[in-house]
Design a protein. Structure first.
Length: 291
């Protein structure tokens, strides 16, 4: 009998920006602008090894295969390592590796996994290599959440935001943070039928970071909402994820944000959604910005 559950982990052997501390972001505000320190291909390889160790030791609560999708940049050392661990055993299934073209960041990887394996799995969890989905029984808890309420389209494992992440557009685009969470292949099939893909910037579109966020992270689950389904934040007695860099340092994902971060969040929100929309701002500062 086929294993009906899978987990997709997106990776790419390109160094990431460095951020030492997790910060508050989103609306409602959560500690989700996460710390990371993987500035080289070698450090990303170490991160992938951490992910695989987690897949071997953490009990998801149900049978589950893990698909690592490598947005291929031609780094032979990383590619060869992934090929060597392909089809090896993990805690509750097997590890599968897929090499894809490097378009659309993580959300291009999500699309690649879906297109390749959509006929093999029913339930899907999506995450990125620097967000470890590693709470005990995480898959069973997310599944129970998905099936507990009618019309659920996506269970967000970090949380749901109602803002665009760039803070400039002023758009209220409800979406799951990082696109991290669980859904059913039926929902993905409907997205694919509507858009011809899972949302991401493909090779004919801009690969600018903010464009990849708008057309990937935000669009991925916002389009599920537009199909008429609900986005829900997972209900759990404990966090089901841990930011990888914080995990490596023992910093809990549910740590309280300092007051200074809360104050900065409220200040930025006031500036972005009140001052910048005022008539005075548009007639003064806005006029010069448009020139």
């Amino acid at each position: 009998m086929k294993t009906k559950n899978c987990k997709v982990i997106a990776t790419c052997f390109v160094g990431k920006r460095v951020q030492e501390f997790t910060q508050i972001a989103g609306n409602p505000p959560l500690m989700i602008y996460h710390a990371q320190n993987f500035p080289t291909a070698e450090s990303v390889l170490d991160l992938i090894k951490l992910n695989i160790e987690q897949e071997k030791t953490v009990d998801p609560g149900v049978p589950c295969d893990t698909i690592i999708v490598n947005n291929d940049v031609g780094w032979s050392k990383g590619n060869e390592y992934l090929d060597a661990v392909n089809n090896t055993a993990i805690h509750s299934g097997i590890l599968r590796v897929l090499h894809c073209e490097n378009w659309g960041r993580s959300f291009g990887a999500y699309n690649g996994a879906y297109q390749k394996f959509k006929n093999e799995y029913d339930y899907w969890i999506f995450t990125e290599d620097d967000i470890l989905i590693n709470g005990h029984n995480y898959y069973k808890i997310a599944l129970d959440n998905f099936n507990r309420y009618e019309n659920t389209g996506f269970v967000a494992l970090q949380g749901v935001s109602i803002d665009g992440l760039d803070g400039e557009s002023g758009e209220h685009a409800k979406h799951a943070h990082s696109g991290a969470g669980l859904t059913h292949v039926k929902i993905l099939n409907e997205l694919n039928a509507k858009l011809g893909k899972l949302p991401h910037c493909d090779k004919n579109e801009s690969q600018d970071y903010l464009e990849c966020i708008r057309n990937g992270e935000i669009a991925f689950t916002n389009e599920i909402l537009r199909l008429g389904y609900d986005l829900r934040t997972v209900e759990s007695d404990y966090p089901l994820y841990w930011f990888a860099y914080d995990y490596m340092r023992g910093i809990r994902v549910d740590a309280k944000p300092p007051f200074s971060q809360k104050l900065m969040w409220w200040t930025n929100r006031f500036i972005n959604y009140r001052v910048k929309k005022s008539a005075i701002y548009r007639q003064t500062v806005g006029r010069f910005k448009d020139k």
